[in-house]
Write a protein that binds this ligand. Structure first.
Ligand code: SAH
Length: 348
């Protein structure tokens, strides 16, 4: 067990069977060993700094019908909303004052935000906040569309692959969506020059350790700048409403593995992790994560962007969340910093 973790530390990858062995046999002691190596690496590259990204959930309309997601098209109980450009810019203004230097525009796949509209929004943020990074996360688009947003001033794109196993992908999504297209989008984003974040849910229905090993190997091959993982959490109005949530321990173990695989990578400790355990995000940092993505959405819409049940931080103002997070991070010996927190490649 320990020798496999040492091998991962040295070579930054493992064989599929070896990943499966680790995922099926880890325990408290081996996790602690993994986390200590992961912390040594995050310390080497980032010291005790934690980066934040202000998340602006700008639309909960979505044309897709992913079986796990609370804002899927078929969910008639969702109160749908779209933020106006002015509202989005006002979120940025609040965020900037609070020290955020990255804004993430996330939403469902909403045709009402045409390319023209998105380009206009991105350009306005770029002009208003030249020192900030702009991250987009609203699903699958064509190469040309991604290129337009990039040229308008976007720097990063988040698109989780969700699962790298074909059969599992089909179990989580309707036929209109394919793993092949998801991967193609990720390759296009990299080609254009975006810093790319991918990732997956831990403990999604029908997931096996083989699926997770495939996720890790796909991530190795793609070599993204950021990897976001969080536990699957059921949403009552979805087909997966009665499946159990993913495990905190396994999520943490995977964060540790990812830190060893991408020592200088950007790894968020996610809101989903903080939802299944009140100290989940702190534990994520201690397992090797170095990014937090607090909510900057207007308070009136937060409850409506419910991807899963009981999502945290839907009731507080951004400023309150900010103080709360700073204290949480400090409680485990780290510091939130006012930086863009770009990916820094190896110098060698
Ligand atoms: N429409 C965008 C943004 C999706 S929401 C896109 O397609 O990329 C961001 C992420 O939330 C998803 O990629 C998914 O991994 C996660 N998510 C969705 N439903 C979830 C659930 N029930 N539990 C945990 N995470 C979920």
């Amino acid at each position: 067990m320990k020798n496999l973790i040492d091998k991962l530390y040295k070579t930054q990858t493992l064989e599929k069977d070896e990943f499966i062995y680790l995922l099926e046999n880890y325990n408290k002691e081996t996790s602690e060993y993994l986390f200590s190596l992961a912390r040594a690496l995050s310390g080497k590259y980032f010291g005790n700094e934690v980066y934040t990204r202000g998340l602006i959930e700008f639309t909960n309309y979505c044309k897709n019908d992913c079986y796990y997601c609370g804002i899927r098209r078929s969910n008639k109980n969702v109160n749908r909303y779209r933020l106006t450009k002015e509202e989005i810019l006002s979120c940025c203004e609040t965020g900037y004052e609070l020290g955020f230097r990255t804004f993430v525009l996330q939403g469902g796949e909403d045709g009402a935000f045409t390319d023209k509209a998105m380009v206009d929004i991105v350009k306005s943020i770029r002009e208003g906040y030249p020192d900030c990074a702009i991250t987009l996360s609203f699903g699958e688009k064509s190469y040309d569309q991604y290129l337009k947003y990039y040229e308008a001033g976007a720097n990063r794109y988040l698109l989780r692959h969700e699962t790298a196993d074909e059969a599992h992908y089909s179990a989580l999504h309707p036929d209109s969506l394919s793993l092949e297209n998801r991967k193609e989008c990720l390759r296009n984003l990299k080609k254009i020059g975006y810093q790319v974040g991918t990732g997956f849910m831990v403990g999604s229905p029908y997931q096996t350790t083989k699926c997770l090993a495939e996720d890790l190997l796909f991530i190795k091959e793609l070599s993204p700048q950021m990897v976001g993982i969080g536990p699957f959490i059921p949403h009552k109005d979805t087909p997966f409403g009665s499946f159990p949530a993913g495990s905190k321990d396994l999520t943490l173990f995977l964060i540790g593995i990812l830190r060893l695989m991408i020592p200088n990578g950007l790894l968020p400790s996610t809101t989903a992790l903080g939802t299944i355990d009140p100290k989940g995000r702190e534990a994520g940092i201690l397992a090797g994560a170095n990014v937090l993505m607090p909510n900057l959405s207007p308070i009136g819409v937060r409850k409506k962007y419910e991807l899963y049940d009981n999502k945290i931080c839907t009731g507080e103002e951004a400023a309150e969340c900010n103080v709360c997070l700073r204290n949480r991070v400090a409680s485990v010996g780290y510091n939130i910093v006012e930086k863009r927190g770009d990916f820094i490649g190896f110098e060698e």
